[in-house]
Design a protein around this ligand. Structure first.
Ligand SMILES: NC(=O)c1ccc[n+]([C@@H]2O[C@H](COP(=O)([O-])OP(=O)(O)OC[C@H]3O[C@@H](n4cnc5c(N)ncnc54)[C@H](O)[C@@H]3O)[C@@H](O)[C@H]2O)c1
Ligand SMILES: O=P(O)(O)OC[C@@H](O)[C@@H](O)[C@H](O)[C@H](O)CO
Length: 481
């Protein structure tokens, strides 16, 4: 069978107007799907250049297919089964800035470039004090973007009309505002001119966004069957659910460039993303992140099987209804309906969402998705026993071996992987838990409370000595606090 390339799929040439940081499954199944649909409906004529944010990534493989890949979207819509697939052909160019810094910077000078979209996980939008230069690839995503903006500013001599629409999709609070603040701070650290700082602040537009679509990614168990049906080989295929929601908060200018309102897509330009975000991140992402270490250590592989397991199901419902829902300031009926729909989406028969793919960067995910629930509940004088149980499970997960002694392929910032390796080697659970809960990374004193430390220590000990089944049973049957 032939590989999917432009040879077998005719692809239109489009001006490259969008720069996308990240080549991950999510962007390709979400934003690129929408850009494809806008192009197909002739509402825009825009191609995308993909920038690989990390030294290692997938753009080499993607280039081998001329940027083409098949997107499968499947699920229930108005109680009807919907199954679609389409070749996405909007990825027009690829840059690995670690190998092609000049090519990357050339894009800063592009007349066509209008929009920057990113998804670098919750770990990507960080302030890293780094000296920027045109000779060395910046390490962080904001560092890379700032260098490009500086190139653009210098090339167009500060032309106010050459600012970009910057649309981050990372699931952190106020992603657009946060990215903007980091860019300004980094620009100041680098001694860039006031005029440049003014240009990045006022002439570039930043959007706070909230994204929602479950994207399990490469359907590795079905590839052979799917390729046979398609009649070509596709190493970059992606699978996602049909459900989608994108909420954007920011200036009006993006709407004119990307007219989603005319496309029938579920994209909302809202005055505030806050309620949408709280609801989605705390309930959906929070329950994903809470169930991963618990379920994985029970020997379960994917989300659907997790919610079908009576033990995990009870655990996750306790987490959602007793701990998350009371911390969100929206009508309770709305919360319950959303929570119900989330559990239903988890049971999508077409989606095999691997726990290990959700586990990527779990430390940052716990901090942004579940720690707010723990802290908000504490403000109400209540103790988040399920959320903190999942933190204990995460600590055991980061030991890097499951209950059968198999290695867990951990995927997180090396500083965390090394820390856990060092701490677990000492064989002293109370000291390990204390050190983890005292990490400045959490940016809260609450985790240092004796009550929290004692509880998490006890749960870690229980999981390690008696196994996850026993520990969850104690919790869901009310033997634990
Ligand atoms: N998969 C989904 O269901 C889904 C749905 C909604 C939102 N998201 C969001 O998308 C993010 C990525 O998910 P994915 O499924 O595409 O994962 P993925 O593993 O396919 O892609 C991850 C991307 O993030 C980049 N990245 C990872 N760590 C980074 C860092 N420290 N700095 C800069 N870049 C970094 C990688 O280079 C890669 O481009 C998630 O963290 C989540 O916030 C995913
Ligand atoms: O994509 P990640 O790795 O940040 O997180 C895994 C899931 O929680 C997430 O992808 C959800 O499926 C998604 O956010 C649904 O919209």
């Amino acid at each position: 069978m032939e590989k999917l390339t432009k040879k077998i799929h005719k692809t239109p040439e489009r001006p490259i107007s969008i720069m996308q940081f990240g080549e991950g499954n999510f962007l390709r199944a979400f934003v690129d799907d929408f850009i494809q649909k806008l192009n197909d409906q002739k509402l825009i004529n825009m191609g995308v250049v993909v920038v690989q944010p990390m030294p290692f990534g997938r753009i080499k493989e993607m280039k081998e297919q001329d940027g083409l890949y098949t997107l499968f979207l499947q699920g229930l819509q108005n109680n009807e089964i919907v199954k679609t697939h389409q070749v996405i052909d909007v990825l027009s160019d690829f840059v690995n800035p670690y190998e092609e810094l000049n090519k990357y910077l050339e894009y800063g000078k592009s007349e066509d470039l209008q929009i920057v979209i990113s998804n670098t996980t919750e770990a990507g939008i960080v302030y890293e004090e780094e000296k920027l230069s045109r000779e060395v690839t910046p390490n962080s995503f904001p560092g890379k973007l700032l260098l490009l903006l500086n190139e653009r500013f210098n090339h167009f001599k500060g032309d106010k009309t050459k600012g970009l629409e910057i649309v981050p999709c990372e699931l952190i609070d106020y992603n657009g505002d946060t990215l903007k603040e980091i860019l300004i701070k980094l620009a100041k650290y680098n001694g860039y001119s006031e005029a440049f700082i003014d240009w990045i602040s006022n002439d570039n537009k930043y959007y706070n966004t909230l994204v929602d679509r479950i994207v399990p990614g490469y359907p590795k168990d079905e590839v052979e069957k799917l390729e046979k049906e398609l009649g070509y080989v596709d190493h970059s295929m992606v699978k996602g659910e049909i459900f989608h929601l994108w909420v954007l908060q920011g200036p009006d200018t993006l709407k004119a460039k990307l007219p989603f309102d005319k496309s029938g897509l579920n994209v909302l330009f809202a005055d505030s993303i806050v309620p949408y975000k709280q609801r989605k991140v705390k309930i959906l992402n929070g329950s994903h992140t809470a169930l991963v270490p618990v379920s994985y250590l029970l020997g379960i592989e994917a989300v659907k099987e997790s919610v079908e397991d009576p033990r995990v199901s009870k655990f996750i419902k306790g987490f959602i209804y007793d701990e998350v829902v009371p911390t969100i300031d929206l009508p309770q009926a709305d919360m319950h309906a959303f929570a119900y729909s989330v559990i239903e989406r988890y049971s999508n028969p077409f989606v095999h969402h691997l726990l290990l793919s959700i586990a990527l960067n779990s430390m940052s995910k716990y901090k942004s998705r579940n720690l707010p629930t723990v802290l908000d509940l504490a403000k109400q004088g209540k103790f988040a026993s399920h959320a903190l149980f999942s933190l204990a499970a995460l600590i055991v997960f980061y030991r890097g071996v499951d209950e059968k002694g198999n290695k867990i392929p951990l995927n997180d910032d090396p500083k965390f992987i090394e820390l856990f390796e060092k701490l677990w080697a000492k064989n002293d659970i109370p000291a390990l838990v204390k050190e983890v809960l005292e990490l400045p990374f959490w940016e809260t004193e609450y985790l240092k409370n004796k009550e929290v430390v004692d509880y998490v220590t006890k749960q870690v000990e229980l999981i390690v000595t008696k196994g996850m089944k026993y520990a969850v049973d104690q919790l869901i049957n009310g033997a634990e606090k």
